[in-house]
Structures are given as structure tokens and as C-alpha cells.
Design a protein around this ligand. Sequence first.
Ligand SMILES: [Zn+2]
Length: 624
Amino acid sequence: MIKSMFLPVFVMIALPLTAQQLYWPRDLRQAYQNQTRSNDGWPGKKYWQNTGRYDITVTALPPDRTIRGTEQITYINNSPDTLFGLVFNFIQNIHKPGVTRLGDASPDYLTDGVHVDRYTDNGTEEQWGHEDGGTLQFKRLSEPLLPHDSVRLSFEWHYEISLKSGREGMIDSTTYYLAYFYPRVAVYDDVAGWDDIEHNDALEFYNDFNNYTLQVKVPRNYLVWATGNLLNAPEVLQPKYLQRLQASGKTGQLVHIADSADLAGRQVTAQQDVNTWKFAYDDISDVALGLSDHYVWDASSVVVDASTGRRASVQAAYNDTAMDYHHMTEYEQSALTFLSGQWPGVPYPFPKMTVFQGYAGMEYPMMANDETYQNFEFSRFVAEHEISHTYFPFYMGIDETRYGFMDEGWATTFELLYNRTVMSRDSADDFYRQFRVNNWIEDNSAEEDLPIITPGDDIGGRGLGNNEYGKPSLAYLSVKDLLGDDLFRKCLHGFMERWHGKHPLPWDFFYSFNSISGKNLDWFWNAWFFSHDYIDLAVSNVQNRGGDWEVHLDNIGGFPVPVDLLVTYTDGSTVTVHRTPAIWEQDPARASIALGSKKSVRSVTLVHGIYVDADAANDTFEVK
Ligand SMILES: [Zn+2]
């Protein structure tokens, strides 16, 4: 190959040094030099990521709260670096008194954390030696792990499931939800090296894509729902229930696999003392599971890929008294149909989805743990939100800890677009404003205006949620308006195609949109993601110039939002005028809109819709 191939990428294709160029963190700049990333938005020529194989067996024998696990990990080092030790996530230790948490912990939340009973490194037993450890633990390897080599580790561990259930824990004395329940190797990536941010219970996660087998040992008459394909249904279910499960995969009708009467009869599962439920899935970022001896089990399925006719199973596990859950498989069908066919418009990538009644409103691959609500519309909304996380972060490998806007911002965007299809547009927009926008824009404190790009682990207060949900969602909707649906879809799909199963950073997203759209959108990304801007537009003047009417706008807040004007003429007629955020490209602070009408204008008012404005006092101009 020619020598210039070995020049650093950023030297060859660096953009002109203008005020509009995006800020590059120094570690990202290094990654561009190393050619693991590229500022055209593609993974770099030398992009790599590490991976592992996890063979996990977990035992839960309610009402005993002790959870016992064993696992074998094969961890594969695809990096060019020699690793002398590994960093491990022990997320369950968030329950230990004294670990760093962003919020308070009640007595029912506290446990004494994870106890490692046995640890081996390439077959040799070693002391783990971290009984005082928190959610991150470093362990030196017996031999350095060379590039492109692997290490075999095993753990035996136990912990007590928390009485108070959040993202995981005890739902009732015979219903458990297990998540983050196994020791895993933290992410070692090409930009930040080890992900050494302690879990603080508020922020979310950052995971490698691994291959999993999961065996769940539970007493007879307990059902288990988990991430992955159930491999041994005939061994754990009685024939009648096995047939119902199989039938549910071929129909859009609701199948009650096990109702209350079935469960009361205690003949749903195989009648060994302990049944082992086996699940497996490859190239996935996590596994979670729920188990119960009295949750009813509904299932159905839905076509998620119109071109092949592929169906995905939709399942619900719940207490029969939860009335909204009786509709849950319908909500799942509706969500999967929308997500697969409309936005993002990528066929649901997994074979199944299960919504399990708990206390979280939380996503896991192929699983959601959602509360029950009296308001069925709200249940449907929460289900769709959590299911939409299938794409971001589970299909896309997002670092949710630092850049939660890369997953929550999209889930918030898809939720609005979904709600507009299942309720009136006004109701959907109203809900979005109330739930996602108002508490940000109505709060004029400095924390709210921190740039969205600010790493989430360095924001602890009121700015955090709004930087992850409402603000970035408005940015994504603005770029959708700017590009138009067809080009926006092409960019979104292109970005997803380039980066699914990998670890995209925000810059990979920005530069993918730039290169796929053929437009340098850095002015837009800069304003929305890297500035302290907010939304406040003003109509500064309405003028008649030689018979043509012009509206002059000031962008006081700075965010380049779409503009909608309500123009009232002196004859009492009205017209609405829409402009995309493109009007802010040349001058981010001022823009003029020619109305193209000779009729006399009486007044012009900004109509904000979902782009709620911080100051309504400057929104109307009356022509004197
Ligand atoms: Zn979410």
C-alpha cells in the first residue's frame, strides 16, 4: 500500500480550523491519530473492541434470599495493549452501606453486597481479596494478557437479594428480578481505556457485547423469563404449556400460557425439586431474568420484518391483579410494529421481548421491568419507551454512563413519534411537553444549561436528566426537521449500520450524519450539544419593504430550532409559516423570513409546539 495510508487520519481529512469545528476531547484526538476512530464517522481502520464468553449458572430458591452463581468467563483481548490486570463490575455492591451513591438508600435497600467464594485465573485458584470492594474492582492477572490472546476465569459468588426492588431485587417473597447479578469484565475501549467510573445507581451502564449461556436453577412450580432463547422448554414445562408457548410464536392472538388457575394447580413446570432453565444468546450486551411461582404468563407474537415475515415473541409476566398488564402483549406488539416499521424503522433485532411487572421502568436486552399503572395509556407509553431501548443502547453499544443522551434522547424521541400514532397529535405533544420539556425550560438555573456533551458522571443534579432526555430529543427532532424525513432516515440508518454491535461515541454519530447527508452540520451540533444554549426566540420586527412583508427574528437562547409563525392579516385571515433550523446556519442569532404576501400584516406570533420557549413575552409583534 502507498505510504500515505499510514499518515494519521485527521491530518488527511481534518476540517478547516473554523469556529464551527467540534471540540475533540484529547483522548478522542488520540483515537483519530491511532486510526481506531475516524472523523468521517466510520469506525477507524484499526477499530477494535474486546469481548467475552460468559457461561453462567445462577440459583435462586425463594423465599431464601441468597442468590448463588457460578460462571466461566473467556475474555478476549482484541486491543493492541498488554493487560496486566482486569477491571470488573460488581454492580450489586451498590447495595453495600458506604459505597458512593448519588441518592439515599433505605434500610430495605441495603445488603452486604457480593461475596466471591472462589476465583480461578487460567485454572488456578486465587484469593479474590476484595471483600471491602465497591462496584469496580481491579484484579491483577497471573500472566499478562497479550494482544489477541484470551484468559479463562471462573467465579463462584453469592449475594442477598435486596428487599427493596429498583432495577433489580425482590418483587415479593416468591418473585425476584435479577439484573447485574454476575461479575463481568468492565469495558476496555480504544478511547478511554478502562471504564473506571463507579456505578452510582443514577447513571446507567456501558457493556461489551458477549456470548452468553445462562442456566437458572429454581424450585419446581417457578417460571423463569430471561434474556435469550429458552433452549430446553420441553425439560422445564409440562407438555400442555409447552404447546401453548410454541403456539404463541405463530399467532398474533393472545395466548394465556399459564393463568392463575394453572399456577394454583401447580402442574405447569416439570416436577423435579429444582428445574434448570437454560437460555443462550450471542453478541449481546447483558442478560437479566425474572422468576415467580404465581406470576401469570401471557404471550403472543408479531411480524417485525415485513420483507421476510419474521415474527418476534412478545411475553408478559405479572401479578393477575395488575389490570394494565392484561393488555401488555398488545402494547408490545404495537411498539414492535412501530419501531420496526416506522422509527427507527429497523426490524426488531431480537427473537423475543418480555415485560415483567416490577418497580423500575427499566430496560434490559429482550426484557423490561415495568411498574403497573392505573392509567393504561401510561403503561403503554412506558412499555414502548423501554422496548425502544433495544436500539439504543442494546443494538448500538452506547456508553450510557458518560453519554446517556445517546440512548435516552432517542428513546424519548421514538416515544413522542410513537404516541403521535396511538393518540392524537395534540395529546402526544402535550404529554411530551409536560413530561420531557417544561421542567427544563422553566428552570433558569445554570445546571440546566450545561452542554449536553458534558459527561454524565460529572453531572449529579437537576441538569442530568434533562441533558439525557428532553434536550437531546429536541435536538434529534430538530435535525429531523432540518434534513427532512427521507434524508434523516438515511443518516440514522447509515449511522446504525456503521456502528451496531460496536461502541459509538457522540462524534461518531455527528460525523456519520455529516458524511451521509453530505452536509457539514457542525454549526448545528455545536449549538445543540456543545453550548450552554436554550430555547428563546423573539419576533423583533415585522416590516413592509417595498410591498413585501418580512419577519425579523432574534434567537436569544441560541438553540437552532424549527420556526413556526402564525401570521394574522388586517383582513382577519391567518396563515402559518414553517421554516426548518436551516434559517440559523448563516447567522445563529438573527434570521428574516419573507412572507411572500402583499396583504397587510396585523401581527406575527411564534407558535412553539414542542419547542417550548423560555420567554413568551417577546413572541408576538403587533404592526402599528
Ligand atoms: Zn429510557
